[in-house]
Write a protein that binds this ligand. Sequence first.
Ligand code: ZN
Length: 243
Amino acid sequence: MKHALFGDIHGNSDALTAVLSDIQSRHSDNIYCLGDIVGYGAEPRECLGRIRDLACPTVAGNHDIAGAANVPLDDFNEYARKAIYWTRQQLTDEDRAWLSELPFVIHYEVFSMVHSSLSHPEAFPYILSDADADRCFARMETPLCFIAHSHVPLAFFDAVPGRPAGHQVDFTDPMAVRGKMIVNPGSVGQPRDGAPQAAYCIYDDTTQHITFRRVEYDVAEAARKVRAAGLPELLAWRLEIGR
Ligand code: ZN
């Protein structure tokens, strides 16, 4: 079976639409959302509606939690905070209730999914280094763990001699699953690895390969909507440069 996993949509419905149609064209059996449906982008309600209609398993991201309730925003930078205040005004009570009920972690037989790390799912630490990954590996009871949060496509291999450490993923060749792995497919709606195309991945549990996908979408239109909404200019600009 093929499992399509994506996260960090961030209110970018143009990117989400492109990713969902790419998933459909690749005949994925299941779809999963790794969190951060809202925040930063101009169309949080549209994205929320799409995910709710899909009824796909979804874990909570830090922006989903912050958008849903009046939690302190000390961990967010100035631009993220402005976008969260704006997002809170857009969401209905029903939207907020739905977001606040999302689980932090979902476990299946072969893989787990969490927005940040299994080490402290509710504190949202980043996994960018091998040391960060080791804290997550220590809690992993499945061969694979899919994460999001950093908006950078990365794969980490468990620290067994002879195995590569964390590294950038390849968008041309599928990656073979080897031992325990933590996989970040990158971001749908706000990529930060220098490429503006929407990112997601497909895990094939028959061939035991992960295919990392990049999907073109109308970046200019998404940026235009951010500006039209009166959100910080930086949030439009970073879509255009993928940072
Ligand atoms: Zn995010």
